[in-house]
Design a protein around this ligand. Sequence first.
Ligand code: PEP
Ligand code: MG
Length: 886
Amino acid sequence: MVRYVYDFPEGRRDMADLLGGKGANLAEMTRLGLPVPPGFTVTTDACRAFLTTGAEPDGMLAEVSRHLSAVEDAAGRRLGQRDDPLLLSVRSGARFSMPGMMETVLDIGLNDDSVLGLAKASGSERFAWDSYRRLLQMFGSTVMGVDAALFERAMTTLKGMRHAPDDLHLDARDLAELVEAYKELIRDESGEYFPQSPAEQLRLAILAVFRSWNGDRARIYRRREHIPDDLGTAVTVQRMVFGNLGPDSGSGVAFTRDPATGRSGLYGDYLPNAQGEDVVAGIRNTVPLAELERLDPRSYEQLLAHMGTLERHYRDLCDIEFTIERGTLWMLQTRVGKRTAEAAFAIAAELADEGLVSADEALARVDGDGLARLMFPRFDASAAGEPLAHGIPASPGAAVGAAVFDSAEAVRRAAAGEKVVLVRQETTPDDLPGMIAAQAVLTSRGGKTSHAAVVARGMGKVCVCGAEELAVDTGARRFTTRGGTVVAEGTVVSVDGSDGAVHLGAVPLADSAVMRFLETGERSTGVVPAVVRALEHADAVRRLEVRANADTPEDARRARRFGAQGIGLCRTEHMFLGERRKLVEEMILARDGVERERALAALLPLQREDFTDILEAMDGLPVTIRLLDPPLHEFLPDRTELAVRVAAAEARGERPDPHEQALLEAVGRMHEENPMLGLRGVRLGLVIPGLVAMQVRAVAEAVVARTRAGGSPHAEIMVPLVGAVEELRIERAEVERVLAEVSEESGIAVRCPIGTMIELPRAALTAGRIAEEAEFFSFGTNDLTQTTWGFSRDDVEAEFFAAYLDKGVFLASPFETLDRDGVGRLVRIAVDEGRAARPGLTIGVCGEHGGDPDSVHFFHAAGLDYVSCSPFRVPVARLEAGRAAL
Ligand code: PEP
Ligand code: MG
C-alpha cells in the first residue's frame, strides 16, 4: 500500500523526492538529535494524486489523523483544544527549493474558543489575538481566496484610527476587533464562514498548499529555474513554536558561512519578538545575528553548536531558520544554502582544504553557470564617485539600468529592450516577473535573507537590499535619498551587488579578476585561486577535449589562453563579412568562368593569410577549417532594396546603372524562399566550380607557409551540410586533388584529415555510410536542431517560443540546451553507426550546445571526443566536461 505520511524520525535527507527538501531535512535534523518541533510530512505522491484527480487520495486523511494523534500524544495536548491548544504550521516543501513561491498557513487550530485558551496558557491576550488574526489572514487569502490586500487595508485602517505607527502598538482589544473584521471580510468575500473545526482547517490548508504548486508565482519560478512541472510539493505539518511571545523570544535566519563570499563565520539576521515570516518578509529591520550573543547567550551558544553539527554533517554551507520561544531554541529548517558563484568556488576550495570533501566533490559543487557569472565585469571603483546610498550587498555583480518602481513596469520596459533596476521597499513573490526582467533589484528594507536577497541570489541577479537611507515612494514612482536627492522613474542608476553601493547614472565597468586571470595568468586575487583549482582538477579528470569556434587570429589566441585545445570550427564565411563581402557576392553572382575566376583569385590570398595566422596562433593544435557555408541571404544584397533603388532611378528618368540591373537580375535568379534550406554548404561547393579548390588551396598553402616557418600546423578540412555520402565523396575527391597539387608544387606533403559536419537528420541516419568518406564527424547541432524540429533558427526568438516555454513543451530552448530525446537520439545513432563503420572515428560538436553545461554532460555520455564553443565559453566547457566525468 502507498504511504502518504511520514513522521519526521521516519524520513531521511535523501528522501527529498518524496518528502520535499524541507521535509527531508527536518527528518535529518530530527535524526541528528537537534531540537525540531515534532511533526510529519505529507508526500509529493499525495500532491500529485490530488493535482491529477482534484481530490485527496484514499487513505491520506486517515493517515494524517493517525500521525496527528502521535504529535498530540507527544505534546500532551490536542489540536485546538479549548485550554492550551496545540497549534500547527502547514508549509510547502518541494524537491527543489522555491522560496516563497508556494503557500504556508500558520496557527492552524485557533478558533473562537481556543483563542481564549491560548491567551490563558501563554499569559498574553495580545499574543493570542495576534495569532488568531494571522491565521485568519493567511487562511483567508490562501485557502479561501480572499484578496490579501483587503486584510492589509483593514489593518492599516485600524492602525490609523488608533494612531499606531506599527502593529506592535495595537493591543489585545484592537486585535480582537481586527479578528471580527477579518471574519466578516472572509464571509463577505468568499460567501463562507471561516471554519471553526481545527481538523477541517488542517485538511483545507494541506489541500491549499497542494494547489499552490500550480499557482502563477510557482509556475513562473519553475520556468525560470527549469524545474519540471510534474514533481508536486510535499506538505510539512509541524507543532507551532512562537517567536513572538515577548523579548525572550524571536526568530532568525542563519548561514554557516557568508553566502555572498563563502568566508566562514556566522552570518544571519535576528528579529526579537517576531515570527519567522516577519524576518523573511523584511517587514521590520533585523539585527545582525551576533547581537543574539548579548540578548540570549545560552541560545546563541546552542545555535552555534547546532550549526557546527549541521555543517560537518552536510559537509557544506547550510542555511537555517530558527525560533527561540521563551528562551528555548528550536530548529525549524535547514538546507544546503543557496550561494553566489564566488561563494560556491570559495567554499568548495575551503572544504577541500579542511579535508571535509574530496577534490572530486569540490568540483561537483561548482558549475559552469557560476564560472560564467564570475567572468562578467564589475564596476570600476576609481570611476564610481560618491554613492547615493549604501545597502546590504546581497547578490554580487554590477548592473546599470533605469529605476522602475513596480514589477509590471519592469516587465514592460524590459520587453521594449530597456535595461531596468527594480526598486521596492521590499519584494514579495508577486514581484517575481519584474525581478526576472530587471538587471538588478534594490530594496530599502530587509536583510541578506529577505525575499529579494534569496530570490536574486538564486537567479544570479544583482541585488542590494535594506538600503535604509532611501525613502521609496512607489505611488509617486520615485525614491528620495537622505541627502534629499530625488530619483524619479526612468533615471539611470548603477547598483553594485558586491559592495552594496547605489550610484546615480551609469558607472563604467571594470574587468573581473577571473577574466584577468584567463587573459594574463594573474592568479593571486580574490576568488581566483579557488577557480584555478576547480579548473585544474576539471582538466585532470575530464575525457572530453575542449576546442573553440574561432574565425580570426585574435579569437584563436584568446581561445588558446582560455585553455582551448584547438579550433573545432573556423567558419570561413565569417572571414568575408564587412568589406570582403563584396568578393563573395561577385563569386556567387559571376555570369561566366572568367568573372568567377577573377573573384576567386581575389579571395585566395586573403584566405591564405587568415589561415596562416590562425594556424600560427594554434600551432601544434588541430584547426578544423570548414568550407564555405553562407546561407545566401546573408551574403547577397537585399532584393527589395535593390529593386527599389533601380525603380527610383528609372522614375527619376536616369539611365539604369548596368551593374545594379545585372545584380538585380542575378539576385532574382538566385532568390530562395528558404535560404537556410537552400544553396548552402556542400551544395555550394558542388555547383560553383573552383570554390572548393580555391579554399583548399588557401589552406594547403598556409600549411606549407607554416611548415616552412618551422611551425607545426594541423589543419583539418570539414565539409558542411552533407546529407548523403555521395556529396561528400565528390567533394572529397576535389579536396584530395588540390592537396596533392599543392604538395607537388611545394615539395611539402600536405596531409589534412577530411571530415564532415553532421547537421541534417539524413546525415545522422546514414552516418555509417558517410563515415566511409569522413575521417571525423562534427555535429552542427544548430542546424541539426533546426532541421529535426523544423524550427527556423532565425525566427525562433519569436512569440511562440515563449508560449512553448510557458506551456512546458520544453523547459529550455532546444537551441540553447540540446534536446536529448530527439536531436540527442540522432547524435547517438550517428556516433554508434559512424564508429561501427570506422573504428576510432574522431567525433566532436561545434554547434552552440558545445558551450552549454547541460549539453556538455550529454556529449560526454554520448562518447564524443570533444566539444567546441565560443572562446568565452571555453573555461565553462572545461569545467563542465570535468564535472561530467565525475
Ligand atoms: C551548426 O549548424 O551547428 C554549425 C555549427 O554551423 P553554423 O552555425 O555555422 O550553421
Ligand atoms: Mg550549420
